[in-house]
Design a binder for this molecule. Structure first.
Ligand code: MN
Ligand code: MN
Length: 477
């Protein structure tokens, strides 16, 4: 086979690190499976555009697949046995799942962790006002957005309103074909002379992101703000709410469009919220498929990553720590504080998050020798952080070697990357919070184009390879 190759060619093949096109390296069977996997993924994305909706869908899928509530197991003092599958929903916004392994917990657990919140625009607590015969909602954006991307597109309203008596009202408007949608307006080019001279970060301001919500007045000449009254009346008829109820609400504005295939060959997925639901979905599907693993397998899906992971639904909280303690105590007789600490130290985690793919329109921001690419398989990011790796998490070389070996042995295509050129910017993930417990953690996930925009782009083959990597890790690591 190698007869025609020169010694130099053979040597080069043996010695050089290469990145491969994942479509070319995948079998027809795997390509078919990638397309099939992404049908389920797109469907899930359409049903789960917020962290609450994602958490709800996770719980449904978990129950369908034989996972039982850990909360119930603790209350009824049910002893967890090898092969048992449990889940825990935390405040409806973060979820943990586990499959109990055959080895003692003290030997450590294998974790895949992703986040299920995405950049968006939230309503303020006193949002509704009338101006120029229109009703608008004041907003405060959530996470890192380029504000100009969120104007003049159809937007949907998702979330919950908790009324004074504690009753929860679910709101989803803009998703059904017959639903109205909302939008944020922009200035016509004819009058935008001043606006167009501004920096892109200032052309659309945060306080200017007001959502257009209505325009028909209430029919009564005696009242002021008739359009606002009409909207309040319609809201009251539909949801039984009054204006004060917005104060105890979490209402999120997200793009109203659905996930789509992108490209004439349908090789890409375009959708809102793929950071980080592309990894969260893969992690979820991987734990659902996990059976007979030696080490206990855990999937953690957290909230608030896009604003720093703080709060009692974020990765900085004791969510993961408590979950492992509960699992340990429920599944063994020898649980104690020392053994729990040893379990943390012996545990490994994949911090499952997206990476910024090289974009031919914006090449200058990446070092192409250390960047991620669409369609080249799993992205391993040894360290995160900005300007001299500050604030990041850096995986130990020993752990990266273990992961590399595991992926190579199982034929899973990967490449290594960091987020952008040195001093260009950067970012963090949930990795450091698990690392704080003493675990080995490394970031790995899917390359994304137009990250944090209303329509993010990923490759179907990468999505499937990412899923396979998480599955292999939970099953065999
Ligand atoms: Mn992310
Ligand atoms: Mn992000």
């Amino acid at each position: 086979m190698d007869e025609n190759k020169t010694q130099g060619q053979l040597l080069q093949e043996k010695l050089t690190y290469k990145i491969h096109n994942a479509w070319e390296k995948s079998s027809d069977d795997d390509k078919g499976k990638a397309f099939e996997f992404c049908e389920g993924y797109k469907d899930f994305l359409n049903r789960a555009k917020t962290e609450r909706e994602f958490a709800y869908e996770v719980e449904q899928l978990a129950i369908q697949n034989g996972f039982i509530s850990l909360d119930e197991a603790i209350k009824s003092n049910k002893r967890l046995m090898q092969g048992d599958k449990v889940y825990l929903v935390n405040r409806k916004k973060s979820v943990l799942l586990a499959v109990i392994g055959s080895k003692p917990m003290e030997d450590g657990v294998n974790i895949v962790g992703a986040h299920i919140d995405s950049p968006r625009i939230d309503l303020k607590q006193n949002p509704i006002y009338e101006d120029t015969g229109m009703v608008l909602f004041k907003t405060h954006y959530y996470g890192g957005i380029k504000k100009y991307q969120w104007v003049t597109i159809p937007l949907a309203l998702h979330g919950v309103i908790i009324k004074n008596d504690g009753q929860l009202v679910n709101v989803v408007v803009g998703e059904d074909e017959t639903d109205p949608v909302f939008t944020i307006t922009d200035l016509l080019p004819h009058l935008a002379t001043d606006q167009m001279q501004k920096k892109m970060s200032e052309g659309i301001t945060g306080e200017g992101l007001n959502l257009l919500f209505g325009s028909i007045p209430y029919n009564d000449d005696k009242v002021k703000d008739k359009v606002k009254l009409n909207i309040l009346n319609l809201l009251n008829q539909k949801y039984g709410i009054i204006e004060e109820d917005f104060i105890s609400a979490e209402l999120e504005i997200v793009p109203a469009f659905k996930a789509k295939d992108v490209g004439f060959d349908r090789g890409l997925v375009g959708a809102y919220g793929q950071d980080d639901r592309v990894c969260a979905y893969a992690a979820l599907k991987a734990i659902v498929d996990t059976a007979d693993a030696e080490k206990t397998a855990i999937c953690i899906l957290t909230d608030k990553e896009e604003i720093g992971s703080m709060g009692n639904t974020g990765a900085e909280s004791n969510l993961l720590e408590n979950f492992i303690a509960y699992l340990y105590a429920q599944s063994s007789d020898d649980y104690n504080e020392i053994k729990l600490r040893r379990c943390f130290g012996n545990s490994r985690m994949l911090s499952a998050d997206v990476n910024a793919a090289v974009d031919p329109n914006f090449e200058g921001v990446q070092d192409k020798r250390n960047a991620s690419f669409i369609g080249k398989g799993l992205v391993i990011q040894k360290y995160t952080g900005v300007r001299g790796k500050a604030g990041g998490s850096d995986a130990n070389a020993e752990f990266v070697a273990e992961l590399r070996r595991l992926l190579n042995e199982n034929g899973i295509l990967w490449h290594t990357a960091e987020l952008g050129k040195v001093d260009q910017g950067g970012g963090g993930t949930i990795a450091l919070y698990a690392a704080n417990l003493g675990m080995d953690v490394v970031d790995c996930g899917v390359a994304v184009l137009s990250m944090h925009s209303p329509f993010e782009i990923t490759s179907k083959i990468d999505i499937y390879i990412n899923f396979k990597a998480y599955k292999v890790f939970l099953q065999k690591a």
